[in-house]
Design a binder for this molecule. Structure first.
Ligand code: GUN
Length: 280
């Protein structure tokens, strides 16, 4: 049976360390603050923001939510970001994705001050990642890499990622390359997914499709990270057929309790790092 990778436990340790750093900042008169921007927003986005707000409260980071209507224009969102960029009491800014179709995502991500870009989606932060500088890595890949590094050496490993979004797949590919893994990125147009996944030493999936990854698609002894989130009548599940893949993999993350809490904890780390830099 595979070892269960306990993301909830690892995230609790990260939160404890962030809490300590927040206390040190507050003792110097700095109150770390995160501004969360939601434009319209699905039930899932609202839930993610609630989880992030709860985690902020737990470690003492001030979280201020800014809700814009689904009808907001690119200009409306950019105006809010200009205000938040200028506000020296705000250290971190996150714009919850996805944005409504009428809003130009890349224009919005480029409008966040890179020093406050705790999501790491600004072109200069993604560019830094490509250069091997992980000053502000996106939260989900950061959390995934932390879990992986606790399990294995990544150098020379065959890593396969099933997801090519800017939130997970693209930055994660860069971070794994920074650690000298051999990286393949699969997505919805990949012709033969099994041909790729079945040779992976490290398999990371983030699609949101129940049982996308079956035991036949996984190499014996692989490390499997499931960042998928799918709502079913039995609750939240990941992409991996957990029961069957657990019998074949060396280690596996559960859903829930795997990548999710690590993402939130990594966002807290980025926010405190940003606050520290801006107060020095
Ligand atoms: N949507 C799904 N995941 C994320 C995330 O990590 N950050 C933001 N801003 N939006 C998301």
């Amino acid at each position: 049976m595979a070892k269960l990778i306990d993301g909830a436990k690892a995230a609790a340790a990260l939160r404890a360390s962030v809490k300590q750093e927040v206390a040190e900042l507050k003792a110097r008169g700095v109150e770390p603050a995160l501004a969360s921007v939601l434009v319209g927003g699905s039930a899932a986005s609202k839930l993610y923001l609630k989880l992030k707000a709860k985690a902020c409260r737990e470690v003492g980071i001030l979280n201020v939510r800014h809700d814009l209507p689904a009808s907001a224009s690119t200009g409306d969102v950019r105006s809010l970001l200009t205000q938040l960029n200028m506000d020296s009491d705000v250290h971190g800014i996150l714009v919850q994705l996805p944005l409504p179709k009428a809003v130009d995502r890349n224009s919005i991500l480029s409008a966040v001050d890179p020093r406050k870009d705790v999501d790491g989606f600004h072109p200069s932060n993604l560019g830094r990642l490509a250069l091997g500088d992980e000053t502000m890595p996106p939260a989900t890949p950061k959390g995934i890499v932390k879990l992986l590094e606790a399990e294995t050496k990544l150098k020379g490993k065959e890593a396969v990622i099933v997801n090519h979004s800017i939130v997970v797949g693209r930055p994660l590919a860069l971070m794994l390359l920074n650690r000298d893994a051999t990286v393949r990125v699969c997505h919805v147009h990949t012709k033969d997914l099994t041909a790729h996944t079945s040779s992976a030493d490290v398999l990371i999936t983030a699609v949101g499709k129940k049982n996308l990854i079956t035991a036949a698609m996984v190499k014996k002894g692989a490390i499997v990270i499931d960042a998928g989130v799918a709502k079913t009548k039995d609750g939240i599940v990941g992409d991996v057929d957990f029961a069957a893949v657990s019998k074949k993999a060396k280690a596996i993350t559960p859903v829930p309790g795997g990548v999710g809490p690590m993402t939130v904890a990594s966002l807290l780390e980025n926010t405190v790092a940003a606050a520290k830099k801006q107060s020095n």
